[in-house]
Design a protein around this ligand. Sequence first.
Ligand code: RET
Length: 264
Amino acid sequence: MDITLSENQYNLVYNSLSFVIASMGAALLFFLLVRNRVAPQHRMAVTLSTLVVGIALYHYVRIFGSWNDAFSYTNRKFVQDGRPFNEGYRYVDWLLTVPLLLAELVVVLKLAKVKTRSLLVRLSIAAVAMIALGYPGEIAASDSSARTIWAVASTVPFLYILFVLFVELGRSLDRQSDGVRKLLDVLRYIILATWGVYPVAYMLPSLMDNQANAEVARQVMYSLGDVLAKPLFGLLVLAIALAKSREDGYVEAGLVGAGSSDHA
Ligand code: RET
C-alpha cells in the first residue's frame, strides 16, 4: 500500500539508516584493527563479527538507496509512488548474518569439537528457517491473516534457538572461568532483549491503524535492533575473546616487553 510521510517521518527513517551505515562501517574498521590483540586460537569469533558488520554495511547501503528511490517529494510530503521499497535486503542480510552471529557465540566458547559442530548445524538450520518463514508474512498485506500465520511458523525455530542458548548452553558454562561466565551471561540476555525487538517490529503494521507511523516505527526498530545485535554483540564477543586470550597468557607481539597493556 502506498503511504504518505511527513518530512519528519521520512527523515527519521533516512537518518536511522544513515546511522546504521556509519555504525557498521566503524565496527568493520574497529574489528579489523583490534584483531591482533586477540590470541590466534580465539580469533575466529572476531573474524565472524567482521564478516557480519561488512555484510550489513553493504545491505544498509542498498536499503538506503531503495528508501530514497521509493518516494517522491511533493507539496512538502513524501509520497511512496516510486520503485517499491525492497524489504528483501533485510531478509537476505539476516539469512547470512544470523547464523554467523550464533556461530560467534558458539566458537568463542571453545567447547569440544563434536559439541561445537552439532550446535553450529542445529542453530544455523533454525536461524535460516526462522528468517525464511518470516519473509512471506513480511511482504503480505498488513491486514491479511498470512502475516500472523507466517509469524507463528517463524516463532517455532525462534523458540528453539532460545531453548538451545538458555537451557542447553547453560550447562556448558560451568567449565568457563568466572569472568568469562559473567560476560557470556550478559551476552545471552543481550540476545534475548535485542532479538525480541524484531517480532514486535514485524507485528506493528497489523497492530497499528496509522500505516505511515507503523512503517516508520518498524524501519527504525529494525535498524536499531541491527546495531545492537551486530556491532554491540560483536564488541561483547570481542571482550570474551580478549579475556580468554589473557587467561591463556597471550601478549600481542608489538607489546612484548612494553611492561603494560595500556597502549593504544
Ligand atoms: C520474524 C518474523 C516474525 C516472527 C519472528 C521473527 C524473528 C526475527 C528475528 C530476527 C533477528 C535478526 C537479527 C539480525 C541481526 O543481525 C522473522 C521477524 C520470531 C529474531 C538478530
